[in-house]
Design a binder for this molecule. Structure first.
Ligand SMILES: [Zn+2]
Length: 115
């Protein structure tokens, strides 16, 4: 399945290849404020349709995750990180994907509880 995504103003556009079976709600100090629902995919499953430099990067704590956001509209469509095995991963904010029914996606909370 191919999903189309973007920030609000369209400065960042992307495609994700994969099967969306669930998302994670993280309660870290950043995600709690942002309210994003994250779907982890291999980085190569994420194809940016706009230049990579269109995204601004925010890092905090140990700087292991690059939180990518649009400096124009302020939306955070995805993040990038490397998992413990050294694989490049992307965390897609599924709220930025088109044509999905958010209510039908099972959400796992950071502490492991399901909704
Ligand atoms: Zn934007």
């Amino acid at each position: 399945m191919n999903y189309q995504g973007s920030c609000h103003c369209g400065h960042i556009k992307f495609e994700v290849e994969g099967t969306l079976t669930g998302a994670m709600s993280c309660n870290c100090s950043f995600c709690q404020r942002k309210g994003s629902l994250m779907w982890f995919v291999p980085r190569e499953s994420l194809s940016l349709l706009t230049p990579e430099s269109n995204a601004s990067t925010y890092e905090f704590n140990k700087h292991v995750i690059k939180h990518q956001f649009c400096a124009i509209c302020g939306i955070h469509p995805y993040g990038e990180a490397t998992d413990p095995k050294g694989n490049r991963m992307a965390a897609i904010n599924i709220r930025c994907l088109e044509g999905i029914d958010l209510e039908s996606v099972p959400v796992t909370h950071y502490d492991g509880r399901s909704r």
